[in-house]
Design a binder for this molecule. Structure first.
Ligand SMILES: [Zn+2]
Ligand SMILES: [Zn+2]
Length: 242
């Protein structure tokens, strides 16, 4: 388990604003970080270790997980995990974070992803860097922050694996995936991503983070962009999946 050092100031402010579990809202004692209660932390479903796309078992080789089923379908990614089903407390917590400016949750989500990544046996010895699905610039502007950049920052801090921004860029604004049907989602996103610097990607082992895996259209398109640019290994990890 990752240990988080808590600044004395945090204890003090917690006395006045007691921390509440990011998922269930239960009050936690001052200085608790991440702000996730014991029950929620231990509620990670067992099937989070299966491939989020096809539901199949992952295979371990060279110290890294692979979904051979998905790998054989185009060069999309090597493995894809998701921690929680996107419902109830998890769904509410993600929505609060993305749309109500409860940005403190970035640290808690970052912790969960880090804990998961380390449990899968990933470290800076077998992964060169972590990056994330780029946000839509228009939506980022209206939201006022890049939520995945914030989460990834904490994942880098906790796992000690370097984080790289702008590895893949989104070239044009597209309608939000959540407003579209499954078939439209895949079409909506084709060809909108490009890489900045091929040398940064070629032969590299990369973890690609995202918040929600719905049809996976966006996440898979970014993973494909990395694979086409020559990435040796791409593992997709998302917080939640529908
Ligand atoms: Zn809880
Ligand atoms: Zn699969």
């Amino acid at each position: 388990m990752i240990k988080i050092k808590v600044h004395p100031w945090t204890y003090l402010t917690d006395l006045f604003f007691p921390p509440k579990c990011v998922f269930c809202g239960k009050l936690q004692s001052p200085g608790t970080r991440p702000v996730i209660c014991y029950e929620c932390l231990n509620n990670i479903p067992e099937d989070s270790l299966k491939c989020v796309k096809c539901g199949g078992n992952m295979h371990l080789s060279d110290g890294r997980f692979h979904c051979y089923t998905c790998k054989s379908v185009g060069r999309q990614y090597d493995a894809a995990f998701s921690i929680f089903p996107y419902k109830d407390n998890v769904r509410d917590a993600i929505l609060r974070f993305k749309f109500s400016g409860e940005t403190a949750a970035a640290a808690d989500f970052g912790f969960l992803l880090s804990d998961f990544i380390l449990r899968l046996g990933f470290s800076k010895s077998n992964i060169q860097y972590i990056t994330y699905v780029p946000s839509d610039k228009q939506r980022e502007r209206s939201r006022g922050f890049n939520h995945m950049k914030q989460i990834a920052g904490y994942v880098g801090k906790y796992t000690k694996i370097p984080v790289k921004d702008h590895v893949v860029e989104k070239n044009k604004s597209t309608p939000a995936q959540s407003t579209l049907k499954a078939q439209e989602r895949a079409k909506n996103i084709v060809g909108v991503f490009s890489v900045n610097e091929r040398a940064l990607i070629k032969n590299k082992c990369i973890i690609l983070l995202d918040d929600i895996f719905t049809t996976g259209a966006t996440t898979i398109e970014v993973a494909k962009t990395l694979k086409r640019a020559g990435a040796k290994y791409v593992c997709v990890i998302t917080l939640a999946h529908t």
